[in-house]
Design a binder for this molecule. Structure first.
Ligand code: 3Y8
Ligand code: NAP
Length: 247
């Protein structure tokens, strides 16, 4: 058995620790989005494969027998490529996918399908907006220059920002107290986020509820049908490793 873990999330990191502890043969893969990704206790590769064909070639050359897609729910292209490549090479594929956040009492969510709808959901009158959606997809908010924006990136940007904004450089995971402090200190009145699920990004959602702030929440892209689980323990069982409960 030799597993390829498509990583880049907290869940993938927890899986890597369990796989290494069990002594299973596996490779961890990053897309190469950040300058200094967290070290993993497994052999690690960084960078794209070259589309589905490139991934199929990698699976064959590296002797991969199982693929675990533990990428972020919004890493849709990687997930689609994994389905195509595993179909082409008849390689078992399992998604490790955390459940989306669900609205609870006190949440003031405006759920939108995509980025353009998120921009359109902002108020006309000038306000202070926290764009908690990273670096890659912020340009469309330049269409609403009347607002004061706070951005949060994992790394400091190479070039100029697409519009005037305050920038926080921090890789998370984030805590409720730190989010409350940041939001209050900056007078944030609106938050834009993705429904990533999991714990690593949920603090801002809980902070918004505590402060009664509206959250424009982008729904997840639809992914192709594939076998998927929500826990590391289920992945370990799928990899044929009988772990003690809750490993
Ligand atoms: C490169 C690996 C851990 C894992 C940390 C999780 C939690 C913090 C929440 C906010 C939202 C955002 C962003 C975010 C979260 C965890 C987890 C998660 C959101 C790292 C990582 C990589 C990336 C890529 C990066 C994206 C960006 C998105 C920032 C490592 C730290 C906004 C997603 O500059 C860039 O190009 C960054 C790109 C994709 C989204 C975007 O479009 O900008 N993640 N994030 C992975 C790779 O190369 O394969 O550097 O160590 C992983 C984590 N990001 O416990 O250490 O598991 O979800 N990541 C979003 O939710 O919208 C931050 O600020 O509140
Ligand atoms: P994406 O748009 O779905 O993928 C774009 C391309 O990046 C893929 O086709 C692939 O290139 C390459 N790629 C992505 N993830 C990879 C991986 N783990 N290993 C090798 N190549 C990878 O991806 P994304 O949304 O930019 O996310 C990139 C990485 O950041 C992923 O690891 C993801 O888990 C992590 N992440 C993303 C988010 C988010 O909001 N999107 C949040 C947290 C973490 P080729 O086509 O050349 O193979």
């Amino acid at each position: 058995m030799r597993a390829l873990i498509l990583g880049g999330t907290a869940d993938a990191n927890q899986l890597a620790t369990s796989v290494a502890r069990a002594g299973l043969d596996a490779v961890y893969s990053y897309g190469g989005r950040t300058r200094a990704p967290a070290d993993q206790p497994l052999p690690t590769r960084i960078g794209g494969f070259g589309g589905p064909r490139g991934l199929a070639g990698y699976i064959r050359e590296a002797g991969i027998t199982h693929v675990v897609d533990a990428t972020h729910p919004f890493a849709a292209e990687m997930s689609r490529n994994a389905v195509a490549a595993c179909t082409e090479t008849a390689t078992p594929l399992l998604g490790l996918e955390r459940a989306p956040w669900t609205r609870t009492d006190g949440d003031n969510w405006i759920e939108v399908a995509d980025l353009d709808a998120a921009v359109a959901a902002l108020p006309e009158s000038r306000t202070r907006v926290f764009l908690a959606i990273g670096r890659q997809h912020i340009a469309p908010f330049g269409a609403r220059p009347q607002h004061t924006y706070t951005l949060r990136f994992v790394d400091s940007p190479e070039g100029p920002l697409p519009f005037q904004a305050d920038l926080i450089v921090s890789r998370g995971p984030f805590t409720l107290d730190a989010e409350l402090e940041m939001i209050r200190a900056r007078g944030i009145a609106w938050i834009v986020a993705r429904n990533s699920g999991g714990d690593g990004a949920r603090a801002k959602i809980d902070a918004a509820r505590t402060l009664g702030l509206p959250v424009i929440l982008m729904s997840r892209p639809t992914l192709p049908d594939r076998l998927r689980v929500e826990s590391v323990a289920e992945v370990m069982q799928w990899l044929g490793h009988r772990t003690c409960l809750g490993a």
